[in-house]
Design a protein around this ligand. Sequence first.
Ligand code: ADP
Ligand code: MG
Length: 695
Amino acid sequence: MSQVAEMFGSMVFNDTVMKERLPKETYKALQSTIKNGKALDLNVATVVANTMKDWAIEKGATHFTHWFQPMTGVTAEKHDSFIQPTADGKIIMEFSGKELIQGEPDASSFPSGGIRATFEARGYTAWDATSYAFIKEGVLCIPTVFCSYGGEALDQKTSLLRSMEAISKQATRVLKLFGNEDVKNVKTTVGPEQEYFLIPEELFDQRKDLIFTGRTLYGAKAPKGQELEDHYFGAIKPRVQAFMKDLNDELWKLGVLAKTEHNEVAPAQHELAPIFATTNLAADHNQLTMETMRKVAKKHGMVCLLHEKPFAGVNGSGKHNNWSISTDTGKNLLDPGETPYENAQFLLFLSAVIKAVDENQDLLRISVATAGNDHRLGANEAPPAIISIFLGTELTEVLKAIETDTPCDKKEKVLMQIGVTTLPHFSKDTTDRNRTSPFAFTGNKFEFRSLGSNSSISCANTVLNTIVAEQLKQFADQLEGAKDFNKEMHALIKKVLHEHNRVVFNGDGYDDAWVAEAAKRGLLNLKTTPEALSHLLDEKNLKLFGEHKVFSEVELRARYEVLSENYCKVLNIEALTMLDMANKDILPAMSTYSKKLADAALQKASLGVENTFEKETLTKLSEMMSAMYKAARKLEEDLVNTKSFANVGDLSFYYKDTIIPDMVALRIPADGMEMIASAEDWPYPSYGEMLFGVR
Ligand code: ADP
Ligand code: MG
């Protein structure tokens, strides 16, 4: 076996290990839990736990943890050792079935959005047996959901799993209509492409803004940015190469299918793409990937920045969420296939996605809404905040032909008849070229490109799965009673295309004309997080999530609270950090530099020497210092008012409309001063040093 093959999954309690080590009966029982979601029997769990523990100890583990994803967006773990005291004062290593299936972390230290107030304070974690246990830093990690005792989801995984169930149920109904009796369930699959920056650790350590907020709050542009386009896919520097090798090794050991790595558009920016996996696994793996990136970077004397916009003026980082649906029999439902029959099925699923996106532009935008991601969406680098679908010209033409009953083959004048005519073959190349669309069809999957680099992918996929499930439900409801299935399906697809083609846009999403055109089409343009979130609790959304049992009303209200609060807290920390930097570092440093200039100017004057540089610089500097001082006072005063809001929604709009403009105003004079201050006197490493510092 090659070294990589041997390393791959070596820290995962995966199927191979289970088959090898578990008694046959136990293995079978566990498989049926994994495959069919049957509850795990405690006797089975006891055997599994014991085997898991022996395996983990062999691999050097001493502790175990329930590894979960609270609404903070990062993962949580509380380590317990395996040790149990014995009567003779020694210890044995133990791990019980109960400890495997259920844990009871104190829920009160995690955001609950008010759920805690109305229900019991305790929460519990429960093993998601479809995601394998793994060992990380000597700790056996059990991937778990995290719920309140009333059963309300307090995490990202629970709703994701529910949404997967919802789409599986509805898609299976639709597939039955095509005679696919053998399909028992469908799974959504995701391959998230992860962008990140690497900068030297010693520079990071000198910047309070990076330390406290993950992004630079001040910083003048470097003389060179990304304009030469020489970084994208460029040769990877040896130090970065060494990091990537280590990162791959660590990820492979954890069973993460890290596949592609390359430099990204901005200097110091890179990307890692895994091979796609079932969505809940992909979400777990993406969390592990981000965590491992940070850890491995540190080993190499660098810091991995996962913030959506660490540097103004250069591209930020996102996460492209490649999403598809496939059956347990291995068929990708977003692959057009070869035969008219496969094509018909594809067109129906495609129509479901088109209708879902059009009717739920708000939810898709909400699913990627954070303070950090607002810097990307709508800036000409990431997709615009307007949600639209790119289908490519070939597929769009076919759909147009169906919608309007015009011949799709102009020479032969053949009408598209769904279920009878074979679709023309679209080449993948032509579908993948548009880089500005938030939601692009790329041959056999959709690429949702609006996600921020820092967030869990769970929320976006929970929304995607649920909105498509709803459409499939409507389709199944209608077609299950059809007298002539082909005819009714054809009519249904035609109607959907006709009613929802406004959401299809194949042009340049960065073009200002698109903003106007989208408004004319009646598409939403929710530029900021507060605007987006104000739609989350709309009647339509409460009903949708309720009907598919993904979020109850209580849970959705809790999400709204947590997301809004998070937005306010992030901005508050940023504002306070800016003030701290202004008051303690920048203004004092510029005062020192001013004194140097004034002394030099006076000395020169006394010698009768020309002193234009000192005088003019001093004048400009003094003006900007005053402007900065005033801006800082204004921000300070406006922050006091944040205390007067009773409602988190109103507060979030106050941050957006008052605090953010204050922060922008404060930054301008600071960046202006950085441009003319001596490098020695400026208190922080520059953009140039950070972006070009890894050599
Ligand atoms: P590129 O975007 O560079 O052309 P690909 O389109 O091959 O590369 O893949 C991009 C990402 O999409 C990868 O993470 C890949 O694993 C993922 N992907 C490919 N097929 C599917 C699928 N059926 N479902 C989900 N993700 C997929
Ligand atoms: Mg791609």
